[in-house]
Design a protein around this ligand. Structure first.
Ligand code: HC0
Ligand code: SF4
Length: 570
């Protein structure tokens, strides 16, 4: 242990504790800007400066440890003055048109400037504008970048993709893509984790809300929305609602006020995915010798992009089942268009997703098969959805409970848990057990696959057949697992991978709370919704049973293959 004083208060902390952690333990606030625990502890922004008794130079609290006998001052006049100067200098290189910034209400820099009472900038304002392709799903505005390095670190350390880097030196030091390459030509997985870790509005998703409003205003278009599982666990965060307040019924009611004609549930097509992917798994297991094993889930476009660029030899191991987003679009523009008695081009299908990669996925030709231009026309993030609700002046306090429309709004608890890491695996195992035995297992019999670890390995028993499975979230963990698979060190039958840590609950399109990782908490909400569902097995979804009866015939039928499975790259 080490003894020291912070602002005259005696402290005793473990050797190696940083000054920042020691202060936080005592409830003493030291402002930070670039700091992210265990991801970015490099003192780049110089905002967490503190004074050490007897020392001339101030030091950063985030990457200096408490030493025996140290006297630390977190808010001396010298500290206040230096901190203020540093923030003024950052602001002098920052485009602070906050009124039109997506982070205008939750920007760390803005908060800090207010907190430090900065009203005028005494320095010459010099803004850097790097070019960017604004049609790309991830938008970078260099004029808002504060060079904090968080995007560089999260992309390197957690996702191992290395898209971002420091460029130039000295006064011209900046952040950009590695060697300033065009991001389209890089292997960016589009997971959006750089966005959720950015403290300002320098990184954001492409704004597709205008396209949605244009379609809503077009009298010839029927605009339908599908809402992804993980969105229900997070939309209320945008309005400061508690879990109890932010019900699914209120989310539907709020979405209606935007002007959609029908509000449906991606849980419906998550159940459909299980029907197809569950049968595909059993088919692969029964031809184990010539089937590509393990089978990997394919519903996360971030993971699919990663697989294509980093481990191309394993692409055929991906399930051919499309993601629920794309299955929904294909069904909406065929089966549902028939129900409405309209041609597919009359329907605009909008998905509301916790994801930035889904914006890319809906444009991939191999997953567009309804005959319309696109099966899913526009994919919005949860954050864009929240912005649309604000723009529609939705009064959150007076929202009534409402229900999804039918039939594509009927989903089961198995569909809900897709949004949490392990959920696709668990839902698939529930139904695979039924497909093999004709009997349901206990709904929670496979809960062993749940958990917070980035890589989880389990062996489950399906009617006497052991199934070796792994559940992975985060691309760094995915790389680790794939390296072990390719070296032959491990072997599995079925592997679920989600690009974002914690799965879609922690997706790159979810609300941002600086430095707070809420994936696990949101996942718990999804498990609670599953527990409270009357239907907990995808194969018991009456709307799915009906869709097979009336339209698709059976899982893996010719029609299912045509509409619900990925065509190989042409
Ligand atoms: Fe997900 Fe999905 S679970 S990827 O995270 O499979 O985005 O929520 O919508 O498509 O259902 C995202 C979430 C989905 C899809 C589903 C899957
Ligand atoms: Fe998108 Fe979910 Fe994959 Fe993240 S884990 S990239 S949110 S689909």
């Amino acid at each position: 242990m080490v003894n020291a004083k912070i602002n005259g208060i005696e402290i005793q902390v473990e050797k190696g504790t940083t000054i920042l952690d020691a202060a936080r333990e005592k409830g003493i606030r030291i402002p930070t800007l670039c700091y992210l625990k265990e991801i970015n502890e490099i003192g780049a922004c110089r905002v967490c400066l503190v004074e050490i008794g007897g020392k001339k130079n101030l030091v950063a609290a985030c990457n200096n440890v408490v030493e025996e006998g140290m006297e630390i001052f977190t808010n001396s006049p010298k500290v206040q003055s230096a901190r203020r100067t540093n923030v003024e200098l950052i602001l002098s290189q920052h485009d602070f048109r906050c009124a039109t910034c997506v982070r205008g209400n939750d920007c760390n820099l803005q908060r800090l400037a207010r907190e430090l009472n900065i009203i005028e900038i005494p320095y010459k304002i010099e803004i850097e504008n790097q070019p960017w392709d604004h049609s790309f799903p991830i938008i970078r505005d260099s004029a808002k970048c504060i060079k904090c390095m968080r995007c560089v670190q999260v992309c390197d350390k957690i996702q191992t993709m290395g898209v971002w880097d420091i460029i130039n030196t000295g006064k011209r030091t900046s952040v950009s893509t590695v060697d300033m390459q065009n991001i389209e030509d890089m292997d960016c997985a589009l997971c959006g984790q750089c966005i959720t870790h950015c403290p300002t509005g320098a990184l954001r998703e492409r704004n597709d809300t205008v396209k949605v409003m244009d379609a809503i205003m077009d009298p010839d278009q029927i605009v339908i929305a599908q809402i992804a599982p993980a969105v229900r666990a997070a939309w209320g965060e945008g309005f400061g609602l508690s879990t109890e307040q932010a019900t699914v019924g209120k989310m539907v009611s709020a979405a209606r006020q935007i002007g959609f004609d029908y509000i449906f549930d991606t849980d419906f097509s998550a159940d459909l995915t299980i029907m197809e992917e569950g049968h595909e798994l059993l088919e692969r297991l029964s031809h184990e010798k010539d089937a590509k094993m393990p089978m990997f889930t394919s519903c996360c476009p971030g993971w699919v992009r990663f697989m294509r660029s980093q481990f191309p030899d394993y692409v055929d191991n991906l399930s051919t089942a499309k993601s629920p987003q794309q299955m929904f679009g294909a069904i909406a523009k065929t089966y549902y268009a028939d129900i409405l008695g309209v041609t597919p081009d009359k329907i605009t299908c909008v998905s509301i997703m916790p994801c930035t990669a889904k914006k890319y996925e809906c444009a991939v030709p191999q997953v567009n098969d309804s005959g319309a231009d696109r099966d899913v026309d526009v994919s919005l993030t949860t954050r864009e959805f929240i912005r649309m609700l604000r723009a529609a002046q939705v009064n959150i306090d007076t929202l009534e409970e409402d229900a999804f429309d039918e039939p594509l709004g009927i989903g089961t608890g198995a569909g809900v848990i897709f949004g949490a890491t392990g959920g696709v695996m668990e839902a698939a195992l529930r139904s695979a057990y039924y497909f093999v035995t004709g009997k349901n297992p206990g709904a929670d019999d496979f809960s062993i696959v749940r958990g917070e670890d980035g890589i989880r390995e389990v062996t489950v028993d399906i009617a006497g057949t052991p199934v070796h499975a792994a559940v992975v979230s985060g691309l760094g963990n995915a790389r680790n697992l794939m390296e072990r698979v390719s070296r032959g060190e491990v072997s599995y039958d079925f592997v679920e991978v989600m690009a974002c840590p914690g799965g879609c609950a922690g997706g790159g399109g979810q609300p941002i709370h600086d430095g707070l990782e809420l994936a696990c908490q949101r996942g718990q909400k999804l498990y609670a919704l599953d527990k409270g569902s009357q239907l907990r097995f995808s194969h018991e979804n009456p709307a799915i049973v009906q869709a097979y009866d009336k339209f698709l015939d059976r899982p893996l039928s010719h029609k299912s293959h045509e509409l619900l499975h990925t065509r190989q790259a042409e």
